[in-house]
Design a protein around this ligand. Structure first.
Ligand code: DGJ
Length: 476
């Protein structure tokens, strides 16, 4: 440390060599002072780094505490979730045993899916905790992932596997999704749980919290067994984009038969965001099988179909025609052999991002975030974007599966991650898990060839039991 001698008033004198009469630095101490200052700077930097990145040695997870300033800082707090497994039950639900097989001991996910288990009711709380947009009070404007979410008429929102369109003309958000409000059954002994096609629902909102039912904008077909939308077929993951050139709203969706062997995409079109949509046709894109899918409209007006193909082993990205009603021949295979589905694509500062799930039917699994400089690839995998909750939450995407990522126009780099918490014992009672997603901070998995330096910003989805959009999110 530098020695500073305080001179008494009587001894103080100013001279050309010492212009500061009250303090004198003794010879040889200048180096020490410099050393002290740099030590202090280094110490402050270390503390800062520690608060930005914290390693959980037990779990190998990295928590990133974003230093982003308000208003999004609150959403990027890491919120832990205490989650205690009830002891295994001696008598198990025969339907669940049938699904899982008799011998294997049940996992947490088996319990979560078993409608008679305690865990199941934890994740599918009943209507007493429902989010009711017509009620004011403390809960107004708050999202509660996994709780029942009612529309402005007081009915549970039916928009599963959905996506959101912001309509500039009406300055309104439209949420489209599968209406699954029918009985769940298995078409075959070992078939997946299913609900007959009812149609695509549409809800409108200005604030993303209170949603008004605009009705079924594309209906299933009750009588024509040869129609793609005949009730015993499959209509999943509808997404709508607006074509500025043709002034049409264009919907793409997964079309399949009961056994998921048709593996096609369907296209429908409307003059209005609230429909009705006219169903045009289905096809196997580029001649390939196609199951989970999404569409993405880029800033330059080009739009793309992204679909799981080759029996879900890879994704394909295909450019749509200018009117968005068909595909061009331009297509790239991406994430080959990665076995991903439920793609949700978004863009920030020129980089394309995608969240995907693994392929495990209605059962939740670990999400992955991917990034690319061109939507046609190559796409690189960044790692699991889920932050907070607890380990099982992060390994199951908070017990849900991605469907869409919505940008918040007033908060660049902030998004809403939209996911489905499927309930295969009663699909109409599947829930919505909406959480804040942020791009920024330190990436968690440097790529093999990147010499340990992350090449991409981290994509983080933050767990919150209860949260609301920060002021200024809409830019309005
Ligand atoms: C997973 C898909 O992501 C869902 O959309 C649905 O097709 C289920 N599989 C059916 O098991």
């Amino acid at each position: 440390m530098a020695e500073i001698a305080r001179s008494t008033p009587t001894s103080s004198s100013s001279s050309p060599l010492n212009p500061h009469p009250t303090a004198r630095i003794f010879p040889g101490s200048r180096c020490n002072l410099v050393f002290a200052v740099w030590s202090f700077v280094g110490f402050v930097l270390l503390i800062h780094l520690y608060t930005v990145v914290t390693h959980d040695k037990n779990k190998g997870d990295i928590y990133v505490h974003s230093s982003r300033v308000a208003p999004t800082r609150e959403l990027e707090e890491v919120e832990e979730e205490n989650f205690r497994l009830p002891p295994p039950r001696s008598k198990r639900n025969p339907r669940a045993v049938k699904r899982r097989g008799p011998r294997r001991p049940p996992t947490v996910i088996d319990e979560f899916l078993d409608e008679s288990s305690e865990i199941h009711s934890l994740f599918f709380p009943d209507q007493r905790t429902a989010v009711v947009p017509t009620q004011g009070g403390n809960d107004s404007m708050h999202f509660y992932p996994g709780r029942l979410w009612l529309d402005t008429d007081g009915n549970p929102i039916q928009a599963h596997g959905g996506g959101i369109l912001y309509d500039k003309a009406t300055e309104t958000y439209y949420w489209y999704g599968e209406n699954k409000d029918g009985p769940t059954y298995q078409a075959h002994k070992n078939g997946a749980a299913r609900v007959d096609i009812i149609g695509v629902s549409c809800y409108s909102s200005k604030d993303l919290w209170a949603w008004t039912n605009e009705g079924i904008v594309l209906s299933g077909d009750e009588s024509n067994v040869t129609h793609d939308l005949y009730k015993s077929n499959v209509l999943e993951r509808p997404k709508v984009i607006y074509n500025d050139k043709t002034s049409k709203y264009v919907m793409w969706m997964h079309i399949d038969d009961t056994n998921y062997t048709k593996a096609s995409v369907g296209v429908a079109v409307s003059d209005s965001a609230t429909g009705p949509f006219t169903y045009l046709y289905s096809m196997r894109p580029h001649g390939f099988d196609s199951r989970d899918m999404t569409i993405f409209k880029d800033d330059d007006g080009k739009a793309y179909l992204i679909y799981s193909s080759e029996e879900n082993s890879e994704l394909h990205v295909g450019l749509l025609t200018d009117n968005y009603l068909d595909l061009t021949r331009e297509m790239k295979r991406v994430l080959v052999k990665k076995h991903r589905e439920a793609p949700a694509v978004f863009k920030y500062e020129g980089t394309y991002y995608m969240i995907t799930s693994g392929c495990s039917g209605w059962a939740p699994n670990k999400a992955l975030a991917h990034a690319a400089l061109s939507i046609m690839g190559p796409w690189e995998t960044l790692g699991n974007p889920c932050v907070g909750g607890n380990r099982i939450f992060r390994l199951t995407t908070f017990f849900s599966q991605s469907t869409f990522v919505l940008p918040l126009p007033g908060l660049p780099g902030s998004f809403i991650f939209m996911a489905d918490r499927w309930n295969p014992s009663e699909l109409r009672d599947s829930r919505y898990v909406w959480l804040p997603l942020a791009i920024g901070g330190v990436a968690d998995e440097p790529l093999e060839y990147s010499f340990g330096f992350p090449l991409w910003s981290r994509v983080s989805i933050y767990w919150h039991r209860r949260w609301r959009l920060p002021d200024g999110w809409s830019n309005a």
